[in-house]
Structure formats: structure tokens, C-alpha cells
Design a protein around this ligand. Structure first.
Ligand code: NAD
Ligand code: ZN
Length: 353
């Protein structure tokens, strides 16, 4: 790297105040690699920080570098790094836990209270040209996977984690509510894990068409005046019985209610969507039917599985990317994601020159 090399970086200073500036190129620690960043996708949470400055208790108080759905190429390695070498193309798992607490030791490192997660305040993200990351949270990409696919491993890992939590397996019948990027990756994961039928709901027809393109066995358009009882009937009809698993990916209260009502007795509802902090649900009905309700937070030990899922080549997850921008066009990229103009699904930013 020459001294003239810039490190253009996207920094969120305040609500709707996103700036591009040159930051020093980091020096990797002994167990880290320096990455030349390639692809960084924009996620709903990034847009939320831009527009609201906070998600729940996570508040942007200091300028924060954006970006966490990312891939890059190893430029330098720290002295203790054994698993990677310069030139390796990698997907970056954005959360590095403490490795010492009881959650980490149990393997539930996504619950580590001291996790450093890219672009979750106060931690910086990786929407920059050069970025240092723990080497063991970088996954070498085989030649046949693109850098875009590497970045998409992040949302895909959410889908894989949700399906594992729900014990989706051969023969499962699955209802997925919400057909945004997270609903779509849950659909991809559910099909890959052997679900026999997957039905996807949304309020937007274009989103339902995407679900069809990713192998949904059926789609259900939700209208304002639909009642959850009538919808549960339609779900049952479409799947040939009540679903054994519901994966809620919209955050909408009505979808959470539908999931609880539609799932078969003894079935599992996993809550991935994060909407209002408090919602009203028909809990006693679910309780009397022994419905298992599980929360889902990011992922743990799912990146390798997500990589394997793409490696068989059956799914072209890149179809999810509707818009491409260079890092110099970051403000436009975020405007596209924020306004929804041009019906974006996944907006991808390219950091290399
Ligand atoms: P998104 O907003 O792009 O997608 C949500 C979809 O739900 C949209 O297509 C929308 O039209 C649809 N929808 C809205 N109301 C609906 C209704 N009543 N019925 C059916 N569909 C409805 O968001 P996304 O990026 O796909 O993320 C989905 C949710 O998952 C968000 O709430 C996000 O915060 C959450 N999320 C959770 C985790 C986690 O670790 N638990 C990780 C990533 C995202
Ligand atoms: Zn920990």
C-alpha cells in the first residue's frame, strides 16, 4: 500500500448526517487481518440509525462508521494469524464476541454482552476502503462465490439461524410472514433444510413475486381488512394443513398474531422481525396449544452453514441485489434505501477502486 492510498470511509455523525471522509488505514492486531473492503450491503438497521439515530438502547452518540454486511480481500495479516493469507477473499462475520463469558463458552456468542458488532453503536462498521477484523471471524470464499455473495452471507446467516432455531427439517411446512430480505433468506434457508412447503406473506405484490423467484411454494397477499382467523384458514388451505413452523420476518403486530394463530398445535413460532417494543398477542390460545415461541437474535456458528448453502449453487442469492453504488456514491445509496425509490431490495456498495 502506498502512502498516497486513501481510506475513504462513510461516517454517520448525526441523524441524516452521513459523511464521507478519509480515515487512517488501521494496523491489524496480532490476531487480526487488514482487509481491502469490497462489498458492503445496506441493511434496514443501517437506515434506521441514519434516520432515527438509535435502535432501542443502541444510540449513536459519537460519529460511527457504517456497514456490517461485508466482504473483502486480505491485504495484511497479524503475526499470530494462521488461517488466512494476503490475497484471500473473505466474508466478514461482523460480531466479534469476548470469547470468555458463559454465553460465549456455551456457543451462544450472539448473546455475549461484550460483543463488538460492526455499526452497532458505539462500535464502528466496515463501510470503508481498509478495515481490520479478527481473522477467525473471516470466512475464506471459494473461487466460485462472488464478493457480493460473501456480503450476502450476513443476512443469509440470519435466515439459517432462524430455521435452525425453529428446527426446520425434511417435511416441515413453513409460513414466513414478510418478504423483505430477511423473509427471503429465511425462505432460502428453509428450502435448503428440506422444508416441503413454504408459504410467504407480504402486503406488497412485488415482494411476493420475489419470493416466488426464490422458490416459495405459495404466496399470500395480506390486505388491511383481512382477519387473522380468515388468514389462518387460507394458510392452512395453501399448505394442506397448519404450518409446523412460522418464521415472523415483518415485525408487524398483525403478522405476529397471525403466526401464533396459524401455527399447528405444538408447532414453533420464531420471531425474527423487530417492530414495536410492545405488542398485543393471543398468548393464552398459543399456550393451550403448546406453541413454542422463540426469539432470534442475529446468528452464532451459522456463517459456515450459510456458505455451504450457497456452495451447492442451487440458489443465486445475488438476485436480491437491485442496486449497485460505489463508496463515493454512499449518500445516493443510502437515499435509495431510505426512500425506497426504484423499489430497492438489497442495495450494494462497492468499496474497491
Ligand atoms: P423489510 O422492511 O425490508 O421487510 C419487511 C417486509 O414485511 C416488507 O416487505 C413489508 O412489506 C412486509 N410487511 C409489512 N407489514 C406486513 C404484514 N402485516 N404482513 C406481511 N408482511 C408485511 O425488512 P427486512 O430487512 O427484511 O427485515 C425484516 C425484519 O427483521 C425487521 O423488523 C428487522 O428489524 C428484523 N431483523 C431482525 C434480525 C434479528 O437478528 N432478529 C436481523 C435482521 C433483521
Ligand atoms: Zn462473551
Amino acid at each position: 500500500m502506498s502512502a498516497a492510498e486513501d481510506n475513504l470511509t462513510a461516517v454517520l455523525y448525526n441523524v441524516n448526517d452521513l459523511r464521507l471522509e478519509n480515515r487512517p488505514i488501521p494496523v491489524p492486531k496480532d490476531d487480526e487481518v487488514l482487509l481491502e473492503m469490497h462489498c458492503v450491503g445496506i441493511c434496514g438497521s443501517d437506515v434506521h440509525y441514519l434516520v432515527k439515530g438509535a435502535i432501542g438502547d443502541f444510540v449513536v452518540k459519537e460519529p460511527m462508521i457504517m456497514g456490517h454486511e461485508a466482504s473483502g480481500v486480505v491485504a495484511k495479516i497479524g503475526k499470530d494469524v494462521k488461517n488466512l493469507k494476503p490475497g484471500d477473499r473473505v466474508a466478514i462475520e461482523p460480531g466479534v464476541p469476548c470469547r470468555r463469558c458463559s454465553f460465549c463458552k456455551e456457543g451462544n456468542y450472539n448473546l455475549c454482552p461484550d460483543i463488538i458488532f460492526c455499526a452497532t453503536p458505539p462500535c464502528h462498521g466496515n463501510l470503508t476502503r481498509y478495515y481490520a477484523h479478527a481473522a477467525d471471524f473471516c470466512y475464506k470464499l471459494p473461487d466460485y462465490l462472488s464478493m457480493e455473495e460473501g456480503a450476502l452471507l450476513e443476512p443469509l446467516s440470519v435466515g439459517v439461524h432462524a430455521c435452525r432455531k425453529a428446527n426446520v427439517t425434511l417435511g416441515s411446512t413453513v409460513l414466513i410472514t414478510g418478504s423483505g430480505p430477511i423473509g427471503l433468506v429465511s425462505l432460502i434457508a428453509a428450502k435448503a433444510m428440506g422444508a416441503s412447503k413454504v408459504l410467504v406473506t407480504d402486503v406488497v405484490t412485488q415482494r411476493l413475486n420475489l419470493a416466488k423467484g426464490f422458490g416459495a411454494d405459495g404466496v399470500l397477499s395480506i390486505r388491511k381488512y383481512d382477519t387473522e382467523t380468515s388468514l389462518a384458514e387460507k394458510v392452512k388451505e395453501a399448505l394442506g394443513g397448519s404450518p409446523s413452523v412460522c418464521i415472523e420476518c415483518s415485525g408487524a403486530e398483525s403478522s405476529i398474531r397471525l403466526s401464533l394463530v396459524a401455527v399447528k398445535s405444538g408447532g414453533t413460532v420464531v420471531l425474527v422481525g423487530m417492530g414495536p417494543s410492545e405488542v398485543k398477542v393471543p398468548l393464552i390460545n398459543a399456550c393451550c396449544r403448546e406453541v413454542v415461541i422463540k426469539g432470534v437474535f442475529r446468528y452464532a456458528n451459522d456463517y459456515s452453514l450459510a456458505l455451504d448453502l450457497l456452495a451447492n449453487g442451487k440458489v443465486d442469492i445475488r438476485k436480491m441485489i437491485t442496486h449497485h453504488f460505489s463508496i463515493e456514491e454512499t449518500i445516493q445509496a443510502y437515499d435509495t434505501a431510505r426512500t425506497g425509490q426504484g423499489n430497492p431490495v438489497k442495495v450494494m456498495i462497492h468499496c474497491n477502486k
